[in-house]
Design a binder for this molecule. Structure first.
Ligand code: CMX
Length: 134
């Protein structure tokens, strides 16, 4: 069902302040920045081998990422797994009794379709299913 880790999301106060560490000190390639209005975040994607690091900066004080930062401070926010068929993956998880935040896929960054599993079902780790856009 899962192909690989697509990306790891990291919540940050400021992408501008964080990017130099990942891009310049760690030497990752920045693939671009984008605002995902539906999620009330600005994201910067960095490539590391087959996987990516997604820096998440909230654009609104009542967004999911702003609440996370308030409660936990900066740090790892979610793990996103790549799937070939996101509808089938959601159906399989629901059939196993998992609580989905998204019972149907929604739009993610770069034309992808995404769905989140509630962290209470995934033992404390916010888990994202991600089907790449074509
Ligand atoms: N990782 C692990 N646990 C998390 C979490 C995270 N990132 N975010 C929230 N939680 C936990 C909280 O600690 C809390 O746990 P307890 O009940 O044990 O205290 C519980 O989930 C509920 O959290 P809350 O602060 O009360 O917040 P909400 O219920 O309002 O929302 C959640 C929680 C997960 C449903 C919401 O953050 C959500 O819908 N997230 C998915 C969307 C998202 O995160 N988008 C941003 C990134 C988008 C992108 O990648 O493009």
């Amino acid at each position: 069902m899962l192909h690989k880790i697509n990306h790891i999301g990291i919540a940050v106060q400021s992408i501008a302040a964080t990017l130099p560490f990942y891009r310049d000190s760690l030497g990752m390639t920045c693939l671009g920045e984008e605002e995902v209005a539906e999620q009330q975040v600005k994201v910067a994607m960095l490539a590391i081998g087959e996987s990516k690091i997604e820096l998440l900066e909230p654009t609104s004080a009542d967004s999911a990422v702003a609440k996370f930062l308030e409660k936990n401070g900066q740090g790892i926010h979610h793990i996103a797994y790549e799937v070939g068929d996101i509808e089938a993956a959601i159906a399989a998880l629901l059939a196993d009794g998992a609580k989905m935040i998204d019972a149907a896929p929604r739009a993610g960054a770069h034309g992808s379709r995404i769905a989140f599993v509630h962290p209470r079902s995934s033992h404390g780790v916010l888990t994202e299913l991600c089907q790449a856009g074509h």
